[in-house]
Design a protein around this ligand. Structure first.
Ligand SMILES: Cc1cc2nc3c(=O)[nH]c(=O)nc-3n(C[C@H](O)[C@H](O)[C@H](O)COP(=O)(O)OP(=O)(O)OC[C@H]3O[C@@H](n4cnc5c(N)ncnc54)[C@H](O)[C@@H]3O)c2cc1C
Length: 461
């Protein structure tokens, strides 16, 4: 999809201020209760609702066969719930009409793009309407003067990237038409961060940047994971700002090597993949040299700069293949995406290793180390209840460790169904209550993605 959530590196002091303000707002009020979705008479209602939906989007943009309902019952997790029907609107007007109908009939709606999300956010709960935005996939405008693109929500990032590259631009990804804008509440962030619980986005204005002329890649190999993590913090505070810093630990590298046979150093405890870009070749080279010497000073066994575009592409292919490579090791994986202050990356990785040993689980760690955004992936078999209990306990300890070092539950994937029970631990009761009040004000009948984000006291998996 077009959207990426940027990690929110909050500082403890700021978090405390927020807590105080929010406590003032929510003090002494009773906890917000959401209306329950309609469930009891859904079956008898179905024929009429389907007829109404068909009238709005046309027969060709509706799916009601069992096989289609199964296909739209999942996302990138293993959580599965069968929708009442799938609608694939093609215009904003159709989306509005669907929501009006759903609101009138008190039927829940789960918006979804490509359903590749890793938190259960687009899984349709309570037999509602799966609202798939994939047919709203037009790039409406590329403005090369103001450096923006206007797109529909179903546009795939790679399609947009390819299109804007033809204009010498790239999509970073970020949003907004204005370079600066502090007018009113930040509804853009509120809605893009709401995971489909406040409204449906039918159009987005995205920022573009000029495509850098040069992009160079280097691979640093470390015997000790801790050294790699320390090298990341040293690079990021050195004044060099790499375009990407990706970390892969030993299990991750082994899995990728098993899949791609690229000759990656599988005996190393960690690899760091760096990319630097810019318009001046010497500057980019200089930055990569600086990174090389920092890694060497942090006991890198080797630092190799890619000698060709082909070699560079191979290395990035290795990084892109991590998810499918890990999926070959065990039937399932719980892909977490904690985000911690950069300085806490080494200690966070150490704690994940301790937690993995404590619960006797394989937890490879990879991620955007330069952002402090780590993906500990707990490999598991969801049909083994005893193992899944250990997975739950390990996940809870990873979240606690991330929060304790000033981090947060999710840098990219969102909360959805997987992490909702940990929201109060991260944000505090008052912040969650304030968010519930916003939800209730904008969606009083609780039809938009109910049961997501907010704690329900019951795990969804
Ligand atoms: C292999 C893999 C690698 C990934 N790597 C990255 C990465 O590097 N960086 C990163 O940021 N993320 C990454 N992700 C997670 C990524 O953010 C999501 O998979 C993707 O952006 C979700 O897009 P989607 O269209 O599939 O959304 P979906 O899964 O369909 O939906 C995600 C959430 O958004 C809501 N939603 C969808 N469309 C709308 C809409 N139009 N209006 C309102 N709400 C809507 C849904 O209800 C749901 O809550 C990765 C995921 C995978 C599987």
């Amino acid at each position: 999809m077009f959207r990426r959530l940027i990690p929110d590196h909050r500082h403890k002091a700021q978090a405390l201020d927020e807590q105080e303000v929010l406590a003032g707002i929510t003090q002494q009020s009773t906890p917000v209760q959401f209306p329950s979705p309609r469930e009891h008479d859904l079956a008898s209602l179905r024929p009429r609702i389907i007829q109404e939906l068909q009238r709005i989007v046309g027969v060709d943009n509706m799916l009601t066969e069992e096989a289609d309902l199964i296909a739209y019952s999942i996302d990138g997790t293993w959580i599965e719930r069968r929708p009442l029907a799938v609608v694939l609107p093609t215009t904003a007007e159709q989306v509005s009409a669907i929501l009006r109908l759903a609101n009138h009939e008190r039927i829940v709606v789960a918006p979804r793009g490509s359903a590749s999300g890793l938190s259960g956010g687009s899984v349709p709960l309570a037999g509602g309407i799966a609202l798939a935005l994939t047919r709203m996939n037009r790039i409406l405008e590329i403005d090369t003067t103001n450096l923006i693109a206007v797109v529909e929500p179903g546009v795939i990032t790679a399609t947009l990237q390819a299109e804007v590259e033809q204009h010498g631009l790239f999509y970073p990804p970020s949003g907004g038409r204005m370079v600066k804008n502090v007018t009113g509440y930040n509804l853009r962030q509120l809605f893009t961060g709401a995971e489909g619980t406040l409204g449906v986005i039918t159009e987005a204005t995205l920022k573009l940047l000029p495509l850098p002329k040069y992009r160079l890649t280097a691979l640093a190999t470390f015997d000790l994971l801790e050294d790699a993590a320390m090298a990341v913090t040293a690079v990021m505070s050195s004044g060099v700002l790499p375009a990407s810093v990706e970390l892969m630990d030993q299990i991750t590298v082994q899995c990728v090597e098993d899949l791609l046979h690229l000759g990656l150093p599988v005996d190393a405890e960690a690899l760091l993949l760096f990319a630097c870009d810019g318009n001046y070749e010497q500057v980019v080279h200089g930055e990569l040299e600086a990174i090389t010497s920092i890694c060497t000073n942090h006991r890198a066994r080797a630092v190799r700069q890619a000698q060709s575009d082909q070699e560079s592409e191979q290395l990035w292919q290795a990084r892109r293949s991590v998810s499918p490579a890990l999926a070959r090791r065990k039937p399932n994986k719980l892909g977490e995406d904690i985000s911690v202050p950069r300085s806490a990356v080494p200690s966070m990785i150490r704690q994940v290793r301790t937690i993995a040993a404590k619960y006797d689980l394989l937890i490879p760690v990879f991620g955007h180390a330069g952002d402090g955004n780590l993906h500990p992936n707990i490999l598991c078999n969801r049909r083994d209840p005893e193992e899944m209990q250990r997975v739950r306990d390990a996940a809870a300890e990873i979240f606690s460790a991330a929060i304790a070092c000033g981090g947060t539950l999710s840098g990219e994937h969102g909360i959805g169904l997987l992490k909702k029970e940990f929201m109060e631990q991260d944000l505090g009761h008052d912040a969650v209550e304030a968010m519930k009040k916003i939800k209730l004000a904008l969606d009083p009948n609780n039809i938009l993605n109910p049961g997501k984000i907010f704690p329900t006291g019951k795990s969804a998996w």
